[in-house]
Each structure stands twice: as C-alpha cells, then as structure tokens.
Design a protein around this ligand. Structure first.
Ligand code: FE2
Length: 249
C-alpha cells in the first residue's frame, strides 16, 4: 500500500514517462533502487525502473529493433558486471538500456547519440547521458562524426569537445563492448557482428579502428573477470551459428 503523501510523486513520475493504467490514469511506478552504494557512490543515473519506463515510452513513439537491441545490451552489461570486481550490475543494466534512447527521436541516424545525451542530461542523469555519446567512440575516431550529415556544425563541435578530453570510465567501456555483443535476436560473436555490418555498409578506416578497440575491450574485460566474456552470455553459440538475416541493430 502506497502512503497517500507519496502517491502524487509516483503518479507524477509515471505521467512524466507517459505510463498509463488501463483506466487512462497514470499507473503506479515504484522507484526501486538496488544499486550497491559502495560501487556507485555518486553515479547520476536513473533507477532501473525509471530506465525501463523511459525505454518503453520511446518504443511506443518510435519502436524498432533498436529497442530489443537495447534490452540485450542491458542484459549483457548486467551479466558482465556481476562477474566484474568493481562494476554494479544494476547500474550497468540501466546504462545499457539507455545507451540508444535517443533513437526514440532519431531512429536511424548518428544524431541519436546527441538526442539521448540531451534527453538524459536534461533530467540530471549526467552519467547516463555521457554513455549516449561515449558508446559510439570506443576508438575516439571522429571521421564518423565529421561525416554525419544529420548534425549541424555546432552539434559536431559540441560532441567533439565532449569526447576528445573524455577519460572513459569502466561503465563507458562496458557499454561500448556490450553494444557490439547484442543483437535484438541474441548475443553474438563480435567478428560475426562486424561482418554483418560490413556487408550492409561500406566499412571505412574508422570502422576498423572501432572494431579493433572493441576487440581489445573484449580481452580487457575477459582478463578482469577471469574468463571469456562469451562464457557469460546465454545463447551466444546458438545465435552466432544460426543462419539469420542481417539485422539493423
Ligand atoms: Fe546500440
């Protein structure tokens, strides 16, 4: 039973995220936070339930395979963080769920990174906002940014100024890796994912730099957790070796 004094807060939050009950009234959205206070002392990120609600609201506006891919990225991030000595699983899943949230505004374009950053930064979730930008720059190569036709010159300058001096955290690195491991249909061997992408788009020197950086992340995380990251991802063998059509993740 929710105390009457708390109900307006909860209902307001639900309304913010566009969640309604079947009667058309905002549904109850309870804030659960199970993050480890030692591992996440000052992370400015939403709770997991808030992140799920944001993703669902974005999916209703602009659904697509990116939503399933985002859920898989969150799942991978949680599984890897559970085995990692200094990462919090719930924070990791939250960040994975939200890394592509800007696709709710700009589904198929590079601009989704900046849209996601602005959306989350505007709510005070600075550490989730930064992941929307950092997940696209594991190699800090800016040729993709320079070529992005859906950004203004000012946008490009802003992203570059943010990323260039940015020291990636373990959470940034985790989501860069999990983004590459997660297809909507399941987890996937990195090399297969890279070939899928190469067959759909003409790979550039920037693509190779990015893939090399992601392979290094795979090895660094495998060392940190004491086993291959692939061992922690259920269904990866089946999904990797199943004949599938290329996906738009
Ligand atoms: Fe992604």
């Amino acid at each position: 039973m929710v105390a009457p004094a708390v109900q307006p807060v909860i209902l307001g939050l639900a309304s913010t995220f566009g969640i309604e009950s079947s009667a058309g009234q905002p549904a109850l959205l309870l804030k659960h936070d199970h993050r480890d206070p030692v591992l996440t002392p000052s992370l400015k990120i939403p709770t997991l339930s808030e992140a799920r609600a944001l993703l669902e609201a974005a999916a209703r506006r602009e659904g697509g395979r990116w939503v399933g891919h985002s859920r898989r990225t969150g799942e991978a991030a949680r599984l890897l963080a559970q085995a990692h000595p200094s990462l919090d699983p719930e924070a990791a899943e939250t960040l994975g769920l939200l890394h592509d949230i800007g696709r709710g505004e700009a589904p198929g374009s590079f601009r989704h990174t900046l849209e996601g950053y602005r959306l989350l930064k505007g709510r005070g979730w600075d550490d989730a906002a930064r992941v929307c930008l950092t997940h696209s720059f594991p190699a800090k190569d800016f040729s993709q940014l320079d070529a992005a036709e859906d950004l203004t010159e000012e946008d490009r300058r802003f992203v570059r100024k943010f990323i260039e001096p940015c020291e990636d955290t373990d959470y940034d690195r985790l989501i860069q890796l999990c983004d590459a491991l997660a297809q909507a249909a399941g987890f996937c061997l990195l090399e297969k994912r890279f070939v899928d992408i190469a067959l759909r788009y003409a790979p550039s020197p920037a693509s190779f730099a990015k893939w090399r950086a992601v392979l290094e992340l795979r090895d660094a995380f495998s060392r940190a957790i004491g086993r291959s990251v692939y061992d922690l991802l259920p269904g990866i063998v089946e999904n990797t070796f199943r004949l599938t059509k290329p996906t738009a993740d």
